[in-house]
Design a binder for this molecule. Structure first.
Ligand code: GTP
Ligand code: SPV
Ligand code: MN
Length: 613
């Protein structure tokens, strides 16, 4: 069985020296680390300080182990090739172990905490033998900020430690902030590959048995078997979304799978916008957008996770709790995201991309022509018969400060006041380029009915459309019905200060399967209309499904696009929408009494409007 979650009261005095704890570490922290070490039996323990020297040591260790190879064309950059069976999040191995199954809700895999503790206790027993156990104190958001939170990840993977260095604020300041409090999230990760004496290691050790487990009541995370992304960087999806969404419910705030940006015009207009799109559906790209229309600039604040809280002025204030970007490589190019290309020209960890003979990285969509002599993501000479050169979920890991578009105040502890929230997904048909929700409750309905084609970010079928409410289906740590209620309540609390809510769809296709909308930098045209709606200047027309831009209200200056294509982008087919409502109703139905009546009201309203036009 697993050691109990750390509590202040039960912290038995453990000699800090025994586990190598730094002077002055909180006794509760030290005794918890000691209990994990006792269970996992590592060869040694390293407490991370977040320094550059520490990162360099980790890099040296990974080079030696063959986990990474240098990328000579990009200073300070490396390529990691994962085990081919460890390339994405595993949703069917992700568990919410709430005391009561009701609290996990119908959309999560629930396991009873007592029996899960038993299973994990067996797996973690001796799991770190022959390896170093790293203790990573970190802060999500600037240390001590009003929206920030603390955590400790324990891991036996140097790749995870290096990634955490880029993605979170690691180090002594975070550890010191934990002193005298239990308000930090304990997260334990093991690749589950103990090494016997003299046993030869492999470049990417992992275990085919995988558990990504969350204990919402005790705020604990235990992850076993995988070293990849969201399965292993526990600060990210496990803490900052699944556990944080539970904390947010209990404490009256929101933890969301969103990008965060500021768009400003030379004439002084500006808006702050957060956007929820499912995995690999365009958050990073929108956050780094280079507007094609004159006068506007976008500043990046975050690309994956947003925490928001009502501030003293009654508005909703938002921060990006992360410190870096773990972004999708394929499709990223000078044409689609020049900002990201510039950001990764040094000090970047690439995972599962291809390599060119002259020592640079490459992936599908980076250049039109495929370079000669590529080595694919599995380290083999590239042969199209083996599939793409880069894995479709290949990623780059970089510090946020490396983005040329990063906002100068991106790590302001109090965050930014939100003006607009957008929801989107990959919808090849039916869903228009943009629409505005009539009010907050309708906006919650729009968020709750997001659906999208599945992508390579998670194991499973790619391309199938599934419901992914608020882009949070894989990330909500409690009953999604209660989550919808929490969102509706937030609207009541914010009242007239509530951000305006919109839906966007960059992915509508024509009969030949091509995208109707050019996307990327051209998406600024849609954001400009949204800014106009927030300011009350841009005209819209009310339809059954929401408010669309009035004739001529969307700025198409300088864009070479047919009127017929624009009509198609905004076409609302009542038959298709009505038949989707059958699916929405069935989806809502599974929440039973947890479904807020407001969503039923919105569904009935939309149906009535569709039937009477
Ligand atoms: P996660 O990190 O998985 O949460 O994903 P994300 O939402 O940040 O997705 P990202 O921005 O990395 O985009 C994923 C893919 O969508 C990339 O291949 C992009 O090139 C593509 N994409 C992004 N924006 C657009 C767009 O406006 N139009 C089209 N056609 N493709 C886009
Ligand atoms: C996602 O899948 O939404 C990601 C990548 O952002 S991961 O960190 O692996 O979850
Ligand atoms: Mn994501």
């Amino acid at each position: 069985i697993l050691p109990a979650a750390p509590t202040r009261a039960s912290a038995k005095p453990v000699k800090p020296k025994r586990v190598g704890a730094p002077e002055g570490a909180d006794p509760g922290v030290v005794s918890w680390v000691a209990s994990v070490a006792e269970l996992t039996e590592p060869r040694d323990i390293v407490w991370c300080d977040g320094s550059q020297e520490e990162l360099q040591r980790l890099i040296d260790i990974m080079l030696e182990a063959g986990t990474i190879v240098p990328v000579p064309k990009r200073p300070g950059s490396y390529l990691a090739r994962s085990n081919p069976d460890d390339v994405a999040r595993m949703e069917d191995r992700t568990f919410i172990c709430a005391d009561d199954a009701e609290d996990a809700g119908p959309t999560n895999n629930w396991r009873d905490p007592a029996s899960m503790r038993q299973v994990l206790g067996g797996l973690f027993d001796g799991a770190m033998r022959g390896r170093t156990m790293y203790v990573i104190p970190f802060s999500m958001g600037p240390v001590g900020g009003p929206i920030s939170k603390l955590g400790i990840e324990i891991t036996d993977s140097p790749y995870v430690v290096a990634s955490m260095h880029y993605m979170t604020r690691v180090g002594t300041a975070a550890l010191e902030a934990m002193h005298g409090t239990r308000d930090w999230v304990p997260a334990v990760h093991s690749i589950g590959a103990p090494l016997a004496d003299g046993q030869q290691d492999v470049p990417w050790p992992c275990n085919p048995t995988r558990y990504i487990s969350h204990f919402p009541e005790t705020r604990e995370i235990w992850s076993f078997g995988s070293a990849y992304g969201g399965n292993a960087l526990l600060a990210k999806k496990c803490f900052a979304l699944r556990i944080a969404s539970v904390q947010a419910r209990d404490e009256g705030w929101l933890a969301e799978h969103m990008l965060l940006l500021r768009m400003k015009h030379d004439d002084g207009r500006q808006i702050h916008l957060a956007g929820a799109f499912p995995s690999a559906c365009g958050k990073t790209n929108l956050a780094m957008l280079q507007p094609t229309i004159p006068g506007w600039t976008v500043e990046t604040l975050g690309d994956d996770i947003v925490w928001m809280r009502p501030g003293p002025d009654g508005r909703l204030w938002a921060i990006n709790p992360e410190n870096g970007f773990f972004g999708v490589a394929p499709g990223t190019s000078e044409a689609t995201n020049a900002t990201a290309m510039a950001m990764m020209d040094h000090d970047t960890i690439f995972t599962n991309v291809a390599m060119t003979p002259d020592g640079d990285v490459w992936w599908e969509g980076m250049t039109k022509d495929v370079p000669e002599g590529l080595i694919d993501w599995q380290g083999r000479p590239y042969d199209p018969a083996n599939g793409p050169a880069a894995h479709p979920n290949a990623r780059f890991t970089v510090r946020a400060e490396q983005a040329p578009s990063i906002a100068p105040d991106w790590d302001a502890p109090e965050g930014v006041p939100l003006d607009a929230i957008i929801f989107g997904g990959r919808r090849p048909t039916q869903v228009p380029l943009v629409l505005q929700a009539r009010d907050w409750e309708h906006g919650v309905y729009v968020g709750a009915t997001v659906s999208s084609q599945q992508t390579a970010a998670a194991e499973g079928p790619v391309g199938e459309i599934r419901r992914d409410p608020f882009a949070m289906l894989p990330f909500c740590g409690y009953n999604m019905g209660d989550y919808f209620t929490h969102w509706i309540d937030m609207g009541h609390r914010l009242g007239r200060h509530a951000p305006k809510i919109f839906s966007v769809n960059w992915f509508r296709r024509d009969e030949d399967g091509g995208f109707l909308w050019p996307g990327f930098g051209e998406n600024a045209r849609v954001l400009e209309w949204i800014a106009g709606r927030v300011a009350g200047t841009a005209p819209g027309v009310d339809t059954a499904v929401g408010v669309l831009p009035a004739e001529g209200a969307l700025n198409l200056d300088g864009l070479d696009i047919d009127e017929a294509v624009m009509d198609e982008l905004f076409e609302i087919d009542p038959k298709a929408w009505l038949s989707e409502l059958v699916d929405v109703e069935a989806f809502f139905g599974q929440f039973g009494r947890a479904l807020p009546t407001g969503l039923v009201r919105q569904l009935n309203h939309v149906r009535w409007r569709l039937e009477h036009v």
